[in-house]
Design a protein around this ligand. Structure first.
Ligand SMILES: Nc1nc2c(c(=O)[nH]1)N[C@H]1C(S)=C(S)[C@@H](COP(=O)(O)OP(=O)(O)OC[C@H]3O[C@@H](n4cnc5c(=O)[nH]c(N)nc54)[C@H](O)[C@@H]3O)O[C@H]1N2
Ligand SMILES: Nc1nc2c(c(=O)[nH]1)N[C@H]1C(S)=C(S)[C@@H](COP(=O)(O)OP(=O)(O)OC[C@H]3O[C@@H](n4cnc5c(=O)[nH]c(N)nc54)[C@H](O)[C@@H]3O)O[C@H]1N2
Ligand code: SF4
Ligand SMILES: [Mo]
Length: 709
């Protein structure tokens, strides 16, 4: 295609954490192709099918463009002015009648992929002033934050695997060949893995399923769901028995070593039996890991969202630290992004006083102002002082994404008022009284404020909006800004008012880049970064590999890494009891992600849902045979929470005793044309809100006991 016929647009895909660069050809407002951008220095041409579906999202006739209000005659379009007036009036009424905390807020995953939401939602949350704040964090990466806060002193100081330089990549409970990495922004995991293998490096995968990542690994071990802490403890115990001492450079930077050594050496030698992996295999793996010239252990959803999520993430860090692999090339390293959230948050990323408040019903502790979403339904249902009467969801679908979603769906019916800031009428937003739909996707300027902080290489890129939104549309940030202004009780001082008027995502980003570590104001170089400068590089700018940064980057008071936080002692005790718990005849349920799904919300694209039904129960042939079950037939799956029916898929890729169902399905009674033709069922009608990683309050999705007939 010649340039006269078509125009090219370069941007970063905002759908998952991978930050892939895209080349979009378009003509007269129509997209003619979406491909990976080979000139993007970070992702080097990588793309997945979801990015191609960005055009379906853009053109989707079911996507909302104007505020909708629920009336006795069904949904009716209203003006933004009416919508803002209504929301502000109702929120005020409810807070005046029942108190500030009666209004709750839930922020979902796409919030973090939106620069506008990242800049403007926090002020909105502040004016709401509610203690009932929830997000997808407590069904996802919360254990990483918990551990980062406790050992490095800052909840965002999370080390990232330097996969471009490692020789030994040990992966627990992650499937980056499909997910493209979580808290490891890779922009093309498969290419990076090929380079790792080409230089003689190894990847070893620990997973109850022979996943797409296991299939390309040097070695894969099946593990009993929820037993990773025992596996990690045995790795560390082996190395300590061998006389491993912390690297001298790191020794000066750690505290708690003696206590850690004692507690781990006190563990019994048959500790790891429940994992199902032979102990000598774990010991060999530990020695291989420790003797590699650079090694890194990495664990994601499968180890975070289990009953010992924080313990696992702590042990992963301990293993990396003790083997000298923290803060060195090829190990686990901290990033130096152009907008550095760790620095920007500063002391606000450090919570001195823990659990400043608790949830009313289950007494679960807050963490950085948020309560665990596993208890949102309880807070809506249980009557009494402090009960939630109104809910605002923004970019979230908790009915499909949180445990016992069915109960939450029923609870939403009890609310006096529900607002959804969302682009679709879906399983959660259909219960709302009003929906405020933002302009999104290709209509937005994009900068990954969060994911550059978790990327395997430092880089910077800004993407302009490709299409202008409908003239009447509002962006998320405009919605938040307007609601914040109208809800504020006391007027701002003149200068704050002026600042608020001046602020737009672009202006704030420019300021953040200038103040950042490569910036014109804060940086070393006078010719440093500003938005204008970044805009001159539509493919992005490479800022180099990750660099050692300790101890200066630590936020602990004594500038040491706290190897042995107190709650972990308690968790080790709890783990001991768990080892002896009897599992009985139940199967253990785990999840699974597919390349053509994006949590719950991209199933209205035909490109992504066509082909055989993916929402199946995966079961090992032996388990199917024992139960007399046949592939393709509907089976009944029962947990302590609920019952669902779905087709059976028999495969040796899942270990005996374990079954798997993908999440994000269950599109019933919603007006999304394509999604409702491919409904599937929701795994979260089986998962249990009472099963938590107790220290952080994160949901244990992995290892839910179920029966199948
Ligand atoms: N059983 C089980 N449950 C899980 C998981 C699992 O592995 N197993 N994974 C968990 C994880 S990791 C996550 S992150 C959560 C996700 O859980 P949620 O964040 O609650 O849900 P999503 O499916 O991401 O839904 C995103 C919503 O945002 C809307 N949206 C999309 N773009 C925009 C936008 O630009 N602005 C606004 N305002 N809205 C937008 C979509 O329409 C959709 O309603 O699910 C979790 N749930
Ligand atoms: N295509 C696609 N990509 C995505 C998403 C998506 O929905 N679709 N979602 C994005 C989001 S929000 C996130 S948070 C990331 C998540 O990224 P990942 O964590 O890489 O994704 P998962 O597929 O959930 O991987 C979890 C793995 O853990 C295994 N597992 C389950 N239980 C256990 C256990 O007890 N122990 C061990 N060792 N393993 C276990 C599962 O079999 C699975 O292979 O992916 C992101 N990328
Ligand atoms: S891997 Fe993620 S960022 Fe890359 S193209 Fe796919 S959805 Fe977009
Ligand atoms: Mo996630």
């Amino acid at each position: 295609m010649t340039p006269e016929q078509s125009t090219q647009h370069f941007r970063t895909c905002n759908l998952c954490e991978a930050m892939c660069g895209l080349v979009i050809d378009h003509k007269d407002g129509h997209i003619t192709s979406i491909k990976g951008d080979p000139d993007d220095p970070f992702s080097k041409g990588h793309i997945c099918p979801k990015a191609v579906a960005l055009q379906d999202l853009h053109n989707d006739p079911d996507r909302l463009k104007k505020p909708l209000c629920k009336t006795v005659n069904g949904w009716q379009e209203i003006s933004w002015e009416e919508a803002f007036n209504q929301v502000v009036r109702r929120i005020r009424e409810i807070q005046e009648k029942y108190g500030q905390d009666a209004v709750s807020l839930y922020q979902g995953n796409p919030s973090v992929h939106s620069m506008g939401s990242m800049f403007f939602a926090p002020s909105f949350a502040r004016v709401l002033g509610t203690k009932n704040k929830y997000s997808a964090t407590s069904i996802d990466q919360l254990p990483h934050h918990w551990v980062a806060q406790h050992i490095f002193g800052h909840m965002m100081l999370i080390p990232i695997p330097d996969i471009d330089r490692t020789d030994f990549f040990l992966v627990l409970g992650a499937n980056p060949m499909v997910s493209n990495g979580g808290l490891m922004t890779t922009g093309g995991f498969s290419g990076r893995l090929k380079s790792l293998q080409a230089r003689g490096g190894k990847m070893v995968v620990i997973d109850p399923r022979y996943s797409e990542t296991a299939a390309v690994a040097h070695k894969h071990f099946f593990i009993q769901p929820g037993t990773d802490a025992l596996f990690l403890l045995e790795m560390i115990r082996t190395l300590l028995m061998d006389g491993l001492m912390p690297d001298p450079k790191l020794h000066r930077m750690i505290s708690g070593w003696d206590q850690l050594k004692k507690i781990i050496l006190d563990q019994p030698p048959d500790l790891a039996l429940p994992t199902g992996i032979r102990i000598f295999e774990i010991q060999t793996l530990a020695r291989d890991f420790a003797s590699a010239s650079a090694a890194v252990c990495y664990g994601r959803m499968g180890v975070s969202t289990q009953a010992f999520g924080s313990l696992c993430q702590w042990l992963i860090n301990v293993l990396n630290i003790l083997t000298g692999n923290l803060d060195r090339a090829g190990g686990a390293m901290f990033t130096r992004p152009a907008v550095d959230i760790v620095k920007a948050l500063g002391k606000n990323g450090t919570q001195k006083k823990k659990n400043r408040w608790h949830s009313r019903v289950r007494k679960l502790g807050e963490f950085f102002g948020e309560l665990p979403v596993a208890t949102l339904a309880d807070e809506i249902i249980a009557e009494g002082q402090g009960q939630i009467k109104a809910l605002i969801t923004s970019a979230g679908n908790p009915v499909l994404s949180t445990p016992n979603g069915k109960r939450l769906s029923e609870a939403l019916g009890k609310l006096e008022y529900q607002v959804a800031i969302d682009i679709y009428i879906n399983e959660t937003t259909k219960h709302a009284d009003i929906i405020l739909p933002p302009a999104t996707g290709l209509e937005t300027d994009h900068y990954d404020l969060v994911f550059h902080n978790f990327a395997v290489r430092n880089s910077v890129k800004f993407s302009e909006a490709l299409f202008s939104p409908d003239p009447n549309a509002r962006y998320d940030w405009q919605i938040f800004k307007e609601l914040t202004k109208r809800l504020r009780k006391t007027p701002l001082p003149w200068w704050k008012n002026a600042l608020e008027k001046w602020s737009t995502p672009k202006r704030l980003l420019d300021l953040a880049l200038r103040l950042g570590p490569y910036g014109q104001i804060g940086g070393r170089k006078l010719s440093g970064l500003s938005l204008k400068k970044v805009q001159k590089y539509p493919h992005g700018i490479d800022l180099g590999p990750l660099e050692p940064s300790l101890p200066s980057r630590l936020f602990t008071r004594d500038k040491r890494i706290d190897l042995m936080p107190d709650p972990m002692v308690y968790e080790l005790g709890r783990l001991k009891k768990f080892r002896f718990s009897v599992r009985g005849s139940k199967l253990l349920l785990i999840g699974r992600r597919h390349l053509r799904s994006n949590n719950s919300w991209m199933h209205n694209s035909l490109l992504l849902v066509k082909g055989p039904n993916r929402c199946t129960l995966l079961m090992h042939p032996t388990d199917a045979q024992i139960r007399g079950l046949e592939s393709g037939k509907l089976v009944k799956v029962t947990s302590g929470i609920g019952i669902i029916y779905l087709p059976l898929q028999i495969s040796e890729e899942i270990m005996p005793g374990v079954v798997s169902i993908p999440h994000g399905w269950g599109h019933h009674e919603i007006p999304l044309t394509i999604a409702s033709e491919h409904p599937g069922v929701s795994i979260n009608d089986l998962t249990d809100p009472m099963l938590l990683d107790q220290v952080s309050g994160t949901v244990a999705f992995s290892g839910v006991p179920v029966e199948v007939i």
